[in-house]
Design a binder for this molecule. Sequence first.
Ligand code: HEC
Ligand code: HEC
Length: 275
Amino acid sequence: MRLRICVLSLLISAPSFAYAQDSNSLTIDGQVMVTETAAPAHMENVDTIYSGWRFRSQETQAMEMDDFDNPAFVFLDKAYELWDAVDGTEGKSCSSCHEPEDFTGLRAQLPRVEGEELVTLEDLINRSRVEHMGAEPWKWSGTQMTSMTALVGLQSRGLPMDVAIEGDAKPFWEAGKEIYYTNVGQLDMACSSCHEDNYGMMIRADHLSQGQINGFPTYRLKNAKLNSIHGRFKGCMTNIRATPFKEGGAEFKALELYLASRSEGLSVETPSVRN
Ligand code: HEC
Ligand code: HEC
């Protein structure tokens, strides 16, 4: 406990200048995004939720406001090529069976429970590749998968995040919540230590957000590519010197469901831009 307080106080400080979190509204392609709204009732310690966009510098924010300036759209071009590319033993492409618009609303409602399983967008895409195309599954955070999750996610841009957390989903949600609040790693921190207790503060040169997932996959200036949700979780766990869970594994899927429920009501911003 003492160690944790000590490490936190070394790392975290109040911002010394005004941040965009205080003002600014986000409009993309004429569509107004909800970047701030009342927290859902299940969140006990937070009154208002904010998109990560609100915590970025004005230059980074501006990139997301215009699709021509948004570097993620290079990967969307790639995704449209993949969409039409025949692959696998069945001689099919995505376009043999789907239109992108068929997926309107899907991003906002994932992950969801099917049978005994919690299913993410990556799972659904790979299921189609394996079962309907006879093709190899894509790597969880590889460029093909993140480009395709961006294309599918873009069809829901502007719609409110809205995952189901009751009924069959409840045990997964509980498991995700448990992970969110459990201290791990050499720095002995939980997701909540930064994204709930200290959002709005500075951590070194970075403005801490609430760690929302409404903008994923997200283009990061740091690594100049699209980043998956689980890839981001992995990075945060590595930063606190914990051994990260596996991308696509049960722990990160449960955590994804829990985080999606903490984004409830924020607009899907896919594909977002962050530093
Ligand atoms: C031969 C037809 C076929 C092809 C080709 C195909 N799919 Fe599918 N896809 C389906 C069917 C049928 C379903 C619904 C049942 C299921 O999930 O298996 C589906 C479901 C999906 C879903 C979930 C939709 C929802 O609302 O639950 C996504 C996302 C998806 N496919 C993406 C893709 C992508 C991306 C490709 C190309 C990489 C692709 N599919 C190729 C037939 C196909
Ligand atoms: C030591 C502090 C710290 C901890 C602990 C931490 N993160 Fe982060 N996280 C950051 C920083 C810094 C960023 C980048 C700036 C920001 O968006 O907050 C970030 C970004 C994120 C983002 C991207 C937000 C966006 O808008 O794109 C997500 C999602 C996230 N973290 C989830 C998690 C999860 C889940 C955990 C627990 C496994 C966790 N973080 C633990 C510091 C932390």
